[in-house]
Write a protein of this length. Structure first.
Length: 468
């Protein structure tokens, strides 16, 4: 009788294996929580209750059985400023995580497949009976790092730049400075010099046997930071949320959380074991329809296509635009271009991102893309348009039903109806174990840390909920 009661009250802990002089757990858990409660504190309490049910652990003994290693959190910009300022303290009280990172977004994913206001939490826990915890942060399974404009110098590549003339005597000084300038740092005339240095807390990750995976929360200008991440960790998958601006909410340009602190710009990231990812995900653009076949770039500079290849007749493209995009005549159509890799066969070229055409005239063979990528002659681009009404397709992941679906989505900043931005998941399925964020700024994905802000585009990756 005693053994039966014990099994009912206390769930069986995972088995352990010996490694060196310490005992390490064989399995760990990823838990999720979602809530749209009207107050932020109540939402966190609801998330905690959901996580306790997923871990099959009574509330009274949850902290004794499980230790929270990492919490990733997204919260919508609907809660009052005082609550957001107290969020790190409440997270510490509710979960006491070793690593906490998060940000403010426009909408969060709910278990019923909808996007709405609220809180969404993704937490990693391990058995608290691990007798010998790591002595230093370098040995922890999760590494937190943060960077803001107080500790780094970065160029804002998409902000409006204003040129200035120099005084005459300044040109003489410039001539002397040019003789000692490190010209090797300037690879092209269209790429800015990158002086960003990554935190030293990431140095030990370069000595690991497998490249880590990254999850990032950033403001609208993460490009030079992720460029450095790409240089030092070229084989690592990087996923992230470009958070929503919050100046009218709490006076901060952006609101990013890290452990017990809040920062107003820059980036907060977590590096973790890539084996947690069951399916790395694939980008989807359900609202886009291709226009014709890929076009070869003959001349370009930076993000500007100056001329298409001779085989691409602009008159054919003009006819195609008028036929498939009636609103193009009213200048109200949105056109996009997908940059294609040139090292793949023509029928298997992978896209290096899809970006809105913000200038030029495709009919005349010149376009300007909303990207910081530098185009190259010989590359191909695929033009897209948004046919009315948008196409909606059901997309499913390759993971099992027990995996956690992490979805990152871009929503329309110019939509007059919030119904479109509060709609259901693109796969419209109910999943109690989900984590997701939707913002008008978009998201980051893949080994190249590509950015995507195309409305209704999304990527879903699967994480092992029970990791052994």
């Amino acid at each position: 009788m005693h053994s039966i009661l014990t099994r009912r009250l206390y769930p069986r802990l995972p088995s352990f294996r010996r490694q060196g002089t310490s005992w390490l757990p064989v399995r760990t858990l990823w838990l999720t929580g979602q809530s749209s409660a009207p107050t932020l504190h109540d939402a966190l309490t609801t998330c905690r209750t959901q996580m306790q049910h997923q871990a099959n652990t009574p509330q009274s003994i949850f902290p004794k059985f499980w230790r929270c290693d990492c919490i990733l959190l997204v919260v919508s910009a609907d809660y009052p400023s005082p609550d957001l300022e107290q969020l790190p303290q409440w997270i510490r009280q509710c979960f006491d995580p070793r690593v906490f990172a998060g940000g403010v977004v426009d909408r969060v994913a709910m278990a019923n497949g909808s996007w709405s206001s609220g809180v969404n939490i993704l937490a990693h826990v391990t058995p608290s009976s691990n007798a010998t915890p790591a002595a230093d942060s370098d040995s922890l399974p999760f590494t937190l790092f943060q960077m803001d404009d107080t500790v780094m110098f970065r160029r804002h590549l998409k902000d409006v730049q204003v040129g200035r003339w120099q005084r005459p005597h300044r040109y003489r000084r410039l001539a002397e400075e040019n003789r000692t300038m490190e010209w090797a740092r300037f690879q092209t005339v269209s790429q800015a010099d990158n002086a960003v240095e990554l935190p030293t807390t990431l140095d030990h990750l370069q000595r690991t046997s497998r490249p880590p995976a990254f999850f990032l929360f950033a403001d609208h200008e993460p490009y030079q930071i992720v460029q450095k991440l790409n240089q030092q960790f070229p084989e690592s998958n990087k996923y992230g949320v470009l958070t929503t601006a919050t100046p009218f909410l709490n006076g901060r340009p952006y609101t990013l959380f890290h452990n017990d602190g809040i920062q107003s710009n820059g980036l907060v990231g977590v590096a973790f074991d890539p084996r947690h990812i069951a399916f790395p995900g694939q980008i989807h653009h359900p609202q886009l329809a291709p226009l014709g076949t890929p076009l070869a770039i003959a001349r370009c500079r930076g993000n500007v296509v100056l001329e298409f290849g001779k085989d691409n007749d602009p008159r054919t493209l003009a006819s195609l635009l008028r036929t498939t995009t009636p609103v193009y005549q009213d200048k109200s159509a949105r056109l996009y271009a997908g940059i294609l890799r040139t090292d793949n066969p023509p029928d298997e070229r992978a896209e290096l991102g899809v970006y809105q055409i913000i200038g030029g005239d495709p009919v005349k063979g010149t376009i300007v893309l909303d990207t910081v990528q530098e185009l190259q002659p010989g590359q191909y681009i695929q033009l897209y348009h948004t046919p009315p009404p948008p196409a909606h397709t059901a997309v499913t992941t390759s993971g099992s039903c027990s995996d956690i679906a992490v979805t990152l989505r871009a929503i329309d900043s110019e939509s007059d109806s919030m119904d479109a931005n509060q709609g259901r998941h693109s796969n419209s399925s109910t999943n109690p174990r989900c984590f997701g964020a939707a913002t008008t700024k978009g998201f980051i994905y893949g080994q190249h840390a590509l950015d995507c802000a195309v409305p209704e585009s999304f990527i879903t990756l699967d994480i092992h909920s029970d990791f052994s």
